[in-house]
Design a protein around this ligand. Structure first.
Ligand SMILES: Cc1cc2nc3c(=O)[nH]c(=O)nc-3n(C[C@H](O)[C@H](O)[C@H](O)COP(=O)(O)O)c2cc1C
Length: 182
């Protein structure tokens, strides 16, 4: 099959489609939530995750101040709320109020869990690396939670409530079709 070049400004989209997360951050009594698709695991022992956040985001300032964040994992039923969290800024809008998403206290960090999400990673910031136009925040996972019945070592994506939301880019999303073992 022939290959065709991809514009470099679009190149990251070739591996963009991990599950979208809702990053919660907190500072000085104020909590905020933003959508992020540039998140990934980077170590299993210790468990470390990374998320790339632009310095333009309000969330960036909050994580810098508090050195904590939570990656909340929404299912596809929350696509509209994800879009809102990814298109308005917490320095102007209370996104919890706007979306109706509910804050729950986390067990180890101050940023809240989002009740409506099916998974949560509570993270302590261990490194912030400025790369290009984003900062890669590396967090150590201090506690992790899933909604009962949705995860057995792997997400049970055949269940409607475990169909995670994957961001292809722009306004396009997809959901997992099914699970198979090889
Ligand atoms: C699906 C989706 C994924 C996004 N992924 C990222 C990301 O990985 N990193 C980032 O800096 N911004 C990302 N954004 C943009 C931010 O979510 C957006 O700028 C948001 O309004 C920032 O909110 P804040 O200013 O309250 O922190 C994404 C937006 C959407 C809709």
């Amino acid at each position: 099959m022939p290959k065709e070049p991809v514009q470099l400004t679009r190149a990251t989209r070739l591996i963009n489609s991990g599950p979208v997360v809702l990053v919660t951050a907190w500072s000085g009594g104020q909590a905020n939530v933003m959508a992020a698709s540039w998140a990934m695991p980077v170590s299993s022992e210790p468990p470390l995750v990374a998320v790339a956040i632009s310095p333009k985001r309000f969330t960036h300032a909050l994580i810098k101040k508090s050195a904590e964040f939570v990656l909340n994992i929404p299912n596809a039923l929350l696509a509209k709320q994800v879009k809102l969290c990814g298109s308005t800024s917490g320095d102007r809008v209370d996104k919890f109020k706007e979306t109706g998403l509910t804050q729950l206290p986390a067990s180890k960090v101050r940023p809240p869990l989002i009740k409506e999400c099916v998974g949560h990673l509570e993270c302590a910031l261990i490194q912030a690396i400025d790369v290009g136009d984003h900062t890669v925040f590396v967090g150590q996972v201090l506690a992790a939670w899933v909604e009962t019945g949705t995860f057995e070592g792997v997400w049970l994506v055949e269940r409607e409530d475990a169909k995670l939301l994957h961001h292809l880019g722009g306004s396009s999303y997809c959901i997992p079709k099914g699970r198979f073992d090889v």
